[in-house]
Design a protein around this ligand. Sequence first.
Ligand SMILES: Nc1ncnc2c1ncn2[C@@H]1O[C@H](COP(=O)(O)OP(=O)(O)OP(=O)(O)O)[C@@H](O)[C@H]1O
Ligand SMILES: [Mg+2]
Length: 322
Amino acid sequence: MTSREPPLISTTGLGVVYGKGANPVRAVADVAFTVLAGEIVGIAGESGSGKSTLCAALIRALPRAALLSGEVQYGGRDLYAVSPGELRRLRQRELAMVLQNPMTSLDPMFTIGDQLTEVLQVRDSGGDLRAKGIALLRRVHLTAPELRWSQYPHQLSGGMKQRVLIAMAAASAPRLLVADEPTSALDATIQEEILLLLRDVRDAHGTAVIIVSHDLNALRRVCDRIVIMYAGRVVEDGPTEAVFSAPRHPYTRGLIASLPHLEDNDIVLSSIPGQVPDLTRLPDGCAFAPRCTDVLPACGLQQPLSSGAGHRVFCWMAEVSS
Ligand SMILES: Nc1ncnc2c1ncn2[C@@H]1O[C@H](COP(=O)(O)OP(=O)(O)OP(=O)(O)O)[C@@H](O)[C@H]1O
Ligand SMILES: [Mg+2]
């Protein structure tokens, strides 16, 4: 993979605002972001930082109330200019998603087996699709997969449905898979195995994967690149090991420091002091400045520019010290 390869998906100046009127919520602002074919990118950041909104914008799945600005290029085309028919084709063959709220994504009228078969048929018309489907259900640790095959979605728990959706996404061998907290409804012991399954999908089919997760340790093990968001903006974006071993943004450093760790044989849980800002009343400058320990005069006045190429950071202090 070279840096000259055109990205599979890229955004320029991407913004999303919810609601009109007096207090619109500026959920995503000025995001420039690229994902290469076959790359696994993790997105992290506190609740409300715009991760789900960004994911929905990337696959043209925003709710009606959302106002989009900027551009999303997918495979060299403006994703928002493709016809509804073409968008349907892309959804069927190239784009897959596992979203945060799984309840809405399975069709209540069809069995799990019917729905998995339909996805498998798009790619793979030969062989025993039932056997392949059941093997996939087993890989996402669904109990009694043969029984589930003939059951309807309402007969499964939320966690089971989420596993089925992950199996369906894997079965479709897409070019891009967007997984928004795909494992948060599942117990901790299998979360990482499921994320590793997404890596197998990438290895087998060259799928690019975007994973949103609050589990930074799991992202570290699975992703090639990490994007950190704060108050709707990307604040840091770089190769996974660089971001973890040499984080450049004070927010990233805070997130990493708040991972549970051992000090004198005690487990220490800390968090970044202060609160995420109100997205209806954002400051002119860096939104993290009120919580930051290293503020310069510029921080309160103007958005920081990015510095660095492969490992980008949006911080005035990084600008000064680099
Ligand atoms: N449909 C909507 N209508 C209005 N506001 C919304 C809508 N969806 C999200 N928001 C607001 O947009 C902001 C970003 O939300 P988003 O769900 O993208 O964050 P997130 O990073 O995914 O958070 P979490 O980690 O809790 O999933 C929040 O302030 C949220 O309240
Ligand atoms: Mg979310």
